[in-house]
Design a protein around this ligand. Sequence first.
Ligand code: DGP
Length: 120
Amino acid sequence: MYDANNIFARILRGEVPADKTYEDEHALAFRDIRPLAPEHILVIPKGAYIDMEDFTARASDAEITGLFRAVGETARRLGLTKGGYRILANSGADAHQEVPHLHIHIFAGRPLGPMLKREA
Ligand code: DGP
């Protein structure tokens, strides 16, 4: 069940501050508090969705389109398209999802290395 007190729900309600970079009807983008790259942005849907599984099962087409448009719009507005960027969404336990409100990470600003560490 969705936890309405997770930190991103609180940011959406304005109870916790965030360094916002983009907002529209369906999505909010803000800087990650523990950046892993010179630019590290989180893009979240405004609706109450736990992870990618929940979102793709229950969200409307408009919400799904809106979230992905917001990712592109955020990257364009921050000038990330020239050097390129990586998006990533951790979903569930094996992915180490920490905050139970769907979020898409955008990383940029330096060469980002291999996609995933190979198992030894
Ligand atoms: P994940 O492991 O994919 O669930 O990533 C969660 C990210 O959320 C992690 O990179 C740190 C970030 N984060 C956690 N709490 C806060 C917060 O209060 N504000 C902001 N801006 N980011 C947060």
